[in-house]
Write a protein that binds this ligand. Structure first.
Ligand code: ADP
Length: 204
């Protein structure tokens, strides 16, 4: 799930996960949990996140690789939310997928005008008090997205797995569009359509 900050990655990944039974892996949630646990890894990522900068790839993979491996083992796949976020991360994730016997079925790109994103994040900041939902940090996160994450749109388009969805609509419409576009590509978007697990763990 690929989207600018405030695009609705978390919401739509969660709903898709419920519909398919495939695990939802949110990079931001795992980072925030690591910070909450007060670990040394958590302390190293906290300042980056508070500034709206990306966390170093090695730290990201240290936190997320075990989660992704467990998700594949337990649910046959994963819906990645907020990750990969750069082309190098995408290449590294694809290599991890090869090890797990999994390929990316689709990259869902949620789009919305900047002002809509900003308004949503400011509202969330007031509601949930997330440290990075402040006007200055929001602006920086949008810039970071444009610089290092948006190039992934072309990367996935060239791999012919890009699905673009207008996310400036009510959530139910957006989710229905995501599922319809996945179904049109033969990607299972409901539990019934998922059928038998396709994941085959490597022996040993
Ligand atoms: P949003 O997309 O709204 O910014 P996230 O919860 O996905 O929210 O990410 C919050 C912050 O966590 C990012 O600004 C960044 O600091 C860090 N982060 C999340 N995912 C990654 C990633 N894949 N690589 C590096 N940093 C990340």
């Amino acid at each position: 799930m690929l989207a600018p900050p405030g695009g609705g990655k978390g919401l739509h990944s969660g709903r898709l996960s419920q519909a398919t039974g495939v695990a939802h892996v949110s990079s931001g949630e795992h980072l925030r949990a690591e910070i909450g646990r007060g670990t040394s890894l958590g302390r190293r990522v906290a300042s980056c996140m508070a500034r709206g900068d990306l966390v170093l790839d090695d730290l990201m993979f240290e936190i997320l690789t075990p989660v992704v491996v467990a998700a594949a083992r337990d649910t046959g796949g994963f819906i990645l939310d907020g990750f990969p976020r750069t082309v190098p991360q995408a290449l590294r994730t694809a290599a991890l997928g090869v090890e797990l016997g999994l390929v990316g079925d689709a990259a869902v790109y949620l789009t919305a005008p900047s002002q809509v994103l900003i308004d949503r994040m400011l509202a969330r900041g007031r509601r949930e008090g997330r440290a990075d939902d402040t006007p200055e940090v929001i602006g920086h996160r949008i810039e970071v997205f444009a610089q290092v994450t948006e190039p992934l749109v072309d990367y996935y388009a060239s791999r012919q797995i890009l699905v673009t969805v207008d996310a400036d609509r009510p959530p139910e419409e957006v989710q229905a569009d995501i599922r319809a576009q996945l179904a049109a590509r033969g990607v299972p978007a409901t539990r019934a359509a998922s059928g038998p697990r396709r994941f085959r763990p490597a022996s040993g």
